[in-house]
Design a protein. Structure first.
Length: 569
């Protein structure tokens, strides 16, 4: 039986892709096998699929295009919904007025062209492309958000991911005994790979009564993914617990572990937390990309004036610099950026962390271990005997740690640390509350900095935007005073997952302690009085710094308002 493409043989001859003897041989072979002549020519590598596409284009007087060479605009992609592009295996290429140019593998498929005309309510101008290139373009521009778990399993190939156990000394070597092609292993690997490719910072696996929810935290926002079947819940959790060095026999108490992962030549750590809940164990994995952390001060989000102030502060020979904010506000990243900036061969830097999240070259990093008695305070005492110039303490948690850190700053060390407070002046009150004498706080503290993270506007789909008057009023933006404002908002594109945002940066309030502020601290004044003094000195609040960045067009008013709900100007 002749295949549907056999009408192309004359065109293939006319275009010089085949000779008459080659055609005769192919027709004889096709007669024996029952395959089409064109299929036989392709199978014998006499012609390529690209030659076939060119013949189709010539047969119908349609232009042929190569999708790999094109850069398709977001507006064109938006003209054809993803489900239509996948169902009909077409790719939009151009749009002009009431017509859209689409790449199709078979221009003779009039049913598809007619269906597209009615579904899109646009005139359809076909172009011919290789079907495999159409599939690749759909995957590239539309992404795989709707792919099933089964498809995810198929996409993960052996050798793409290597996972090793760097947990707490588990004796189980799962990787040596389990087939790497096992569906559960491929599914777990797939969840991690997809999260990493999607720039997620956390993976949340949450057992519910009738489902097993999977969410990725991307740019600070939780985004729900297509869940695996509920029946696989126990197997997925057991697999992750083994890899993280946890006990799979224990289901009643929380456990912590760590997984090391090598993917595409990159080394990634996953910090794993397991918590028993009503419907099973909930697992959260924090993705720590050792090579992906940007450690320059400009990447943190400082404007020039604040960056100059901050560079001067971290260049001081002694004293304490505290970074404050809630969990997930980027405090640790800021401290790493400080260390990276001042890391020179003539300075000895030691850190005490729980855990050590990123390994920095040339810096001595100490991992706290409560099991062997290596607490924050014990490590801090010992490190002072190492004669460091600069000390980083992951967090000031209690009076003992705070006292040692402050005494270290008074004896010629520069100390960096973090506190969980909502604004910069409140850090003083927090230190006094845990028992530090006010005169010690006053004499040792050089500066306090509060920060929050806001999402950046996606550069690829950013467009001019006029914020509502209520948002401008909430941020204190007076259009008559700000000069030329560059308000922007992302429209949503494949690069940013249709969110309009890609990446995050900080907004800051920096309180530099001067002599008058020291006197106020010594007199135990409330944080509101300290805040008033900081404002007199020119300290911008978090919301004010955010407003500057809204006017500059790097974030939106909505983002700043969300991140600074509790800010008091």
């Amino acid at each position: 039986m002749a295949a549907k493409d056999d009408y192309l043989v004359d065109n293939l001859l006319d275009l010089g892709f085949i000779t008459q003897p080659q055609l005769t041989d192919a027709q004889a072979a096709a007669g024996e096998t029952g395959e089409g002549v064109v299929d036989t020519l392709v199978a014998r590598k006499v012609i390529t699929v690209k030659n076939v596409a060119a013949a189709k284009a010539a047969a119908f007087g349609v232009e042929m295009i190569e999708l790999a060479d094109l850069r398709i605009e977001d507006e064109v992609i938006a003209a054809v919904p993803r489900h239509i592009a996948k169902k009909y295996r077409v790719m939009p290429v151009y749009q002009h007025g009431g017509s859209v140019t689409i790449a199709i593998g078979d221009p003779s498929d009039l049913d598809t062209l007619d269906s597209l005309h009615h579904l899109l309510r646009l005139e359809i101008e076909p172009r011919v492309a290789v079907e495999e290139e159409i599939d690749s373009a759909i995957a590239r521009y539309y992404g795989g958000a709707d792919d099933s778990v089964g498809k995810m399993i198929q996409d993960i190939t052996e050798g793409e991911v290597e996972i090793g156990n760097i947990g707490k000394g588990s004796a189980v070597d799962d990787g040596a005994t389990v087939d790497a092609d096992a569906p559960i292993i491929k599914l777990v690997n797939g969840l991690i790979v997809e999260a990493f490719k999607g720039r997620a910072s956390d993976i949340h696996l949450e057992p519910l009564s009738k489902s097993f929810r999977v969410r990725y935290r991307i740019d600070g926002m939780l985004i729900e993914q297509k869940p695996p079947p509920k029946r696989l819940q126990a197997s997925i959790i057991a697999r992750l617990k083994i890899q993280a060095g946890m006990s799979i026999a224990e289901h009643r108490i929380p456990q912590d572990g760590r997984i090391n992962m090598h993917m595409g030549g990159k080394s990634i750590d996953l910090r794993v937390s397991c918590l028993p809940t009503n419907h099973g164990e909930s697992i959260v994995m924090r993705i720590l990309d050792k090579e992906g952390l940007k450690l320059g001060l400009p990447e943190l989000g400082f404007f020039t004036d604040d960056q100059q102030t901050f560079e001067r502060l971290i260049g001081l020979p002694d004293g304490i610099l505290l970074v404050t904010g809630p969990t997930g506000s980027g405090k640790t990243t800021t401290l790493y950026a400080c260390l990276n900036y001042i890391n020179r061969p003539d300075r000895k830097i030691i850190t005490v962390e729980d855990p050590v999240e990123y390994v920095l070259s040339g810096i001595n990093q100490v991992q706290v271990s409560e099991i062997v008695g290596l607490t924050f305070s014990a490590a801090l005492r010992s490190m002072l005997r190492q004669a460091p110039n600069i000390i980083m303490l992951g967090e000031i948690r209690d009076l003992e740690t705070a006292t040692i850190a402050i005494n270290a700053s008074l004896t010629g060390h520069l100390v960096f640390s973090t506190l969980h407070t909502n604004d910069a002046p409140s850090a003083v009150t927090r230190l006094v509350d845990i028992g530090v004498k006010p005169f010690l706080v006053a004499s040792s503290t050089r500066a306090l900095m509060a920060q929050r993270l806001v999402r950046k506007i996606c550069k690829r789909c950013a467009a001019p935007f006029e914020p509502p008057e209520a948002e401008l009023r909430a941020l204190g933006i007076d259009l008559t005073k700000v000069g030329k404002a560059n308000f922007q908002k992302g429209k949503g594109c494949p690069d940013c997952g249709k969110s309009g945002h890609r990446g995050r940066f900080g907004i800051f309030e920096i309180f530099v302690i001067d002599d008058e502020a020291r006197k106020l601290i010594y007199d135990k004044v409330p944080s509101s009085v300290l805040r008033a003094r900081a404002r007199e000195m020119g300290m911008r609040t978090l919301r004010e710094d955010g407003a500057r960045k809204v006017v500059a067009g790097v974030t939106t008013a909505e983002e700043v308002i969300r991140a600074t709900t509790g800010d008091i100007n």
